[in-house]
Design a protein around this ligand. Sequence first.
Ligand SMILES: C[S@@+](CC[C@H](N)C(=O)[O-])C[C@H]1O[C@@H](n2cnc3c(N)ncnc32)[C@H](O)[C@@H]1O
Length: 256
Amino acid sequence: MAMRERRLVFGEVADDYDRARPGYPEQLVEDVLAAAGDGPALEVGAGTGKATAAFASRVDDLTCIEPDPRMAAVLRRKAPGVRVVVSSFEDWAPDRRYGVLFSGQAWHWVDEERRADLAWAALAPGGVLAPFWNHSMVADAALHAALQEVDRRHGLDEHTPHRPLAEELPEHDLAGERAALRLDEERFPELRALRYHSTRSIPAADYPAFLMSFSVYRMLDPATARAALADTAAAIEGYGGVDFVMVTDLVLARRA
Ligand SMILES: C[S@@+](CC[C@H](N)C(=O)[O-])C[C@H]1O[C@@H](n2cnc3c(N)ncnc32)[C@H](O)[C@@H]1O
């Protein structure tokens, strides 16, 4: 069997992923489209369409790149009017120049050495690259500490939804974003960052599927995953579920 790639494990639970994962703030969609340059829209790593549906209702011409056919099947059902290309972004040759390239929770899976070059090639002059990410932070401090302790016990790294509390999330640092995304000033001279706040509650019964939609849990061996889920269920027993403070970070980088 081919080795399982961490960036392609989401399709193993495509329907659960679609049910369990959060969408994105309406204001973010508006801000991305307000910043967009002239030309059609492109989404990279569209998955099951958690961001796509909101954009598709606002733009006429949207192309979605998604390498996993199981994710793409859900996406086609949810957003029938969009063009879906089953490919990684690295393997796709842009057929046109796009006014906006957006990517929810997926830009980090594109080859970091190449992604700025690929965005440059896909965007029209004045077009905008718009990657964004949700950070889910457990609102209750005691529950948060208990869940982090469970994660540590099972060797889970920091990429779980049991992230630092809201006040500990550092403010956007534009120089840091530019360096992390490898966006040079010559080709992407204009950089902006926006942050959105919301809340979300996940009932205890839905929590295992939510955790199993994250690659870090999917990569655990089955016995460890079962133990981590059982210990998590024990930690949240009595709370009825988990309340999250959601922070969504958007970067807007305009191509020269
Ligand atoms: C965490 S999911 C995000 C899906 C969706 N955008 C969302 O907001 O829920 C990451 C997605 O990126 C896709 N992906 C992974 N590597 C990719 C690549 N190199 N190019 C394009 N998409 C990729 C995965 O198949 C998966 O659907």
